[in-house]
Design a protein around this ligand. Structure first.
Ligand code: MN
Length: 205
């Protein structure tokens, strides 16, 4: 069963001025599409072809580099598009369980923002910064290289990701050039907290 690229849940220009339309067109239509195409080619006519993406990531230590890179790339970008939205800053609402958990477990919004930004800024080269739910149900922050993520059985920090920030240059270079910290500062204004809360609740079931 081949994986497919879902349409973006909003227009390419919906996240402007924080992420520009051209970046979204290339990032979704070219980069994410390439992960999907290359993943399908890598799993073709093998047992991996019968597994869900989460099953694949959970057994990734046994997979080829092509499955690891493109399977991670497909999962990570699906998550990334879903946790962004226009005007997200207005949604950081203390009635949401995930917001209450950030306040009680991660030291509040400012510390959360500082720590997640730091995870992204200090990731050398390409990778992701994550907010994830550990096996004990608590929130944590980490970063991973390349297209790895906390669902992978090889991950140093394991859990269920509920918010991921792409810090590959292709995510920000057209608008921000080398200024990754400026991109990270802006992206906090477009988080879809309703969606992140849904993922938080699902991860704790
Ligand atoms: Mn990307």
């Amino acid at each position: 069963m081949a994986f497919t690229l879902a349409p973006l849940p909003y227009a390419h220009n919906a996240l402007e001025p924080y992420i520009d339309a051209r970046t979204m067109e290339i990032h979704h239509g070219k980069h994410h599409q390439a992960y999907v195409t290359n993943l399908n080619n890598a799993i073709k006519d093998s047992d991996w072809d019968k597994m869900s993406i989460e099953q694949i990531l959970g057994s990734i230590s046994k997979a080829s580099p092509a499955i690891r890179n493109n399977g991670g790339g497909h999962y990570n970008h699906d998550l990334f598009w879903s946790i962004l939205c226009p005007h997200g800053a207005h949604e950081y609402d203390r009635s949401l369980p995930v917001v209450q958990a950030i306040e009680s477990e991660l030291g509040g919004y400012e510390k959360f923002k500082t720590d997640l930004t730091q995870a992204g800024v200090t990731r050398f080269g390409s990778g992701w910064a994550w907010l994830y739910v550990k096996a004990d149900g608590k929130l944590a922050i980490c970063s991973t290289p390349n297209q790895d993520n906390p669902l992978m059985d090889i991950a140093e920090n394991k859990g269920r990701p509920i918010l991921g920030i792409d810090v590959w240059e292709h995510a920000y270079y057209l608008h921000y050039q080398n200024r990754r910290p400026d991109y990270l500062n802006a992206i906090f204004l477009i988080f879809n907290w309703q969606r992140i809360n849904e993922l938080y609740l699902a991860a704790r079931k």
